[in-house]
Design a binder for this molecule. Sequence first.
Ligand code: ASP
Ligand code: MG
Length: 411
Amino acid sequence: MALIVQKYGGTSVANAERIRSLASRVGRFKKMGHQIVVVVSAMSGETNRLIGLAKEITLDPDPRELDVIVSTGEQVTIGMTCLALQELGLKAKSYTGSQVRILTNDSHGKARIIDIDGQNMQKDLDDGYVVVVAGFQGCDANGNITTLGRGGSDITGVALAAALKADECQIYTDVDGVYTTDPRVVPEARRLEKITFEEMLELASQGSKVLQTRSVEFAGKYKVKLRVLSSFTDEGEGTLITFEEDSKDENMEEPLISGIAFNRDEAKVTVLGVPDTPGIAYQILGPIADANIDVDMIIQNQGADDTTDFTFTVHKNEMDKALDIIRKQVQPNIHAREISGDDNIAKVSVVGVGMRSHVGIASQMFRTLSEEGINIQMISTSEIKVAVVIDEKYMELAVRVLHKAFELETA
Ligand code: ASP
Ligand code: MG
């Protein structure tokens, strides 16, 4: 007997039929003798609808009241799910976040979980109930309803699994696992049987939106075994997200590369010809950080004269703000020769823990891109990733040729 947390996303509870199908899956797991905690999102589209409703009253809703409104989406689906389970003759009990006592801080709309009281749920499980918990919500120390940020039901699933020391946290969604890259770009993309947390984080934060990034971090931190599965099919084992140590010995011949990630969300800011003096990076990036703008890649290049060139990337939506700060606040002190922005860029990364023990991945990547005549504008590397910035119009081509070059369709 195992204790399994199963999280179902919006498309998996989109209507009564989907909820019935969820219930029969839970029924099958119960029959095998497992204890099941179900975490559900709101029906797909519902959270957006609720936000829209609030905005019909005011464009700037009070965060506490907005949480009261948007948290109702999940309250509907826990009730519906329990009814469906009961129809199958199963004992089922629903819990809102505050009924569980998922204690969070008071940052409405992006609350962080502080503590979860697993006692009542454990008692119900031991009494044979399926426990159904509303995702995405909790309450603060004063009992105010909070929500965890968009896509936050994943976090609820992982956090409950950690609190209850579950054997596995299964994330049911509309894809049947994590792929070597987006199959819409590369039809030969392959489902990965397993992937490490670190690889998943790289792939998740780079736009393969299967799992919310924060939930992956959380699972890594609390050593929760995560599996991504489709709720639309009963076939396949999905993708298991493991710890590097665990995956190693079983698999002598580690693949070098696990996947190719890409993202079109970044823009590049370039500052040319600034004095090459200590503190220049701080002078440029300090005000950007003060304005709460996230910077991803940074490169600085010494020029022939006593100047240096500086390029960094930010989210597309923040490029104009960043340029404005550089032009108005920074330029009077640094006298750059030129300041410019470019949002027609894309970032493409090859990701794999196998890189730790192999050289030559980066050069193979660069050669592959050069053979297609794709110019690399920026490069950044970590132990398990090589990322490049290229012209946005070559992004899909780059992903396809890299997928082929690293033989990901066959590995
Ligand atoms: N219903 C929430 C949202 O749409 C939480 C979730 O789906 O995970 O963001
Ligand atoms: Mg969702």
